[in-house]
Design a protein around this ligand. Structure first.
Ligand code: SF4
Length: 388
């Protein structure tokens, strides 16, 4: 088993209306000090974890970091030299054998110089926040980029030598209709990226659009958001089109050409260990989960003062671990091995599965249980039933 490293960069150029992440629009003068704090946190991580009471397993020290993921936020806003310095701090601190180093990038932030510097730093995968190929939808969602930026950026990345690109699309943006969604899928498939993520719009109070959907208002075009049924139809359409185009679905939201499933993200669903650095970053050791303070300014201050930025630490009980195995395992199309889990956790799972199996939400092949493909868009129903 190897170790994943996640780097959180919580800065954006603007706040998208649907965004429910802890990210902020700040002066670019704050980027370099933040990157320095991340490097310091990485280099001093053993002391930081010790101060927070994290009990790292003995075997942890022998793990090799093979995946790194710069997420955000918009990490492509950072100067490439800062990204390179962060990667070097990982190389200096851990045993490393990088096989996948991903940078989340917004299309308008890409240029030839940056792309060349990303490759030189060791970044070999770009996760692109495309979200839609409709300028009307992009504008309503408050995105900075437009369709033309995607067409400009992709050849730049290819010329720089990046051969592993992922595109994200969101089903459920304001003004999305059946035809515009089909067009976004067609354009995405024509661009032939190695990996695709399809997300459904999340509706909660943490985003301006979500608040408007829940509480009313007209500022963020909540009235133009497709219905739940339409979103489910868009998702099913995406699954069918991507399958036809040669993408295999390996997780509820993720599709890849053969050999291009995300190695890093698979660690989350397989409950493999990862360390997160930066404001709001989460970590998992197998026995504990912990998280850093969300506020970027307090994070930088804590690290500079030699305090640990960790503000939440939780021991994972055996019941929680089992629930995570079920919830995360069922997100993956390979499903879960019920007999294996019963053996590890010493409990009977068949009675929990019987009702959802009878309702058709789950399909079985021997001991393997997985979400029925036709019910992937309503996976929450299965999870709710299972966790009762
Ligand atoms: S770019 Fe991503 S992280 Fe930043 S505001 Fe938009 S959705 Fe949120």
């Amino acid at each position: 088993m190897n170790l994943g490293v996640y780097i959180q960069v919580p800065f954006c150029q603007t706040k998208c209306t649907y965004c429910n992440f802890h990210t902020g629009v700040v002066s670019s003068a704050r980027f370099a000090p933040y990157a320095s704090a991340v490097q310091a946190e990485i280099r001093e991580h053993k002391q930081g974890l010790g101060k927070a009471g994290v009990a790292l397993l003995n075997s942890f020290g022998s793990l090799t970091v093979d995946t790194v993921y710069f997420g955000g936020g918009t990490p492509s806003l950072l100067d490439p030299s800062d990204l390179a310095a962060i990667l070097n701090s990982i190389r200096d601190t851990f045993r490393t054998e990088f096989s996948e180093v991903t940078l989340e990038a917004d299309p308008e932030t890409v240029d030839a110089e940056k792309a060349g510097a990303w490759i030189a730093a060791g970044i070999n995968r770009i996760s692109f926040g495309v979200q839609s190929f409709s300028d009307i939808e992009l504008k309503a969602a408050g995105r900075m980029h437009r369709r033309a930026d995607v067409y400009r950026a992709v050849p730049v990345l290819h010329s720089a030598g990046i051969t592993n690109i992922s595109f994200d699309l969101i089903a459920g943006l304001p003004h999305q209709i059946r035809e515009s969604w089909q067009n976004s899928l067609d354009e995405l498939i024509t661009l032939d990226s190695e990996h695709v993520s399809i997300y459904l719009l999340e509706v909660d109070e943490a985003s301006r659009l979500g608040s408007e959907l829940l509480s009313g208002g007209k500022k963020y075009s909540a009235g133009a958001v497709p219905s739940d049924d339409e979103m489910a139809e868009f998702y099913e359409r995406a699954r069918a089109e991507l399958r036809r185009a040669g993408y295999g679905q390996y997780e509820i939201s993720n599709f890849a050409k053969p050999g291009f499933a995300s190695k890093h993200n698979r660690k989350y669903w397989r409950r493999e260990p990862y360390l997160g650095f930066g404001a709001g970053a989460h970590s998992f050791s197998g026995a504990q989960r912990w998280a850093n303070a969300h506020d970027a300014a307090s994070y930088v201050q804590s690290v500079a003062a030699g305090r640990t930025p960790i503000e939440q630490l939780e021991d994972i009980s055996s019941e929680q671990a089992l629930d995570e195995e079920l919830f995360l395992g069922l997100r993956q199309t390979e499903g879960i091995d019920i007999a294996r889990l019963e053996r590890i956790y010493g409990t009977q799972l068949e009675p929990r599965f019987a009702p959802i199996q009878a309702s058709g939400l789950i399909e079985r092949v021997g001991s393997i249980a997985r979400l029925a493909p036709e019910h992937l868009s309503v996976s929450n129903e299965a999870f709710v039933e299972l966790m009762r």
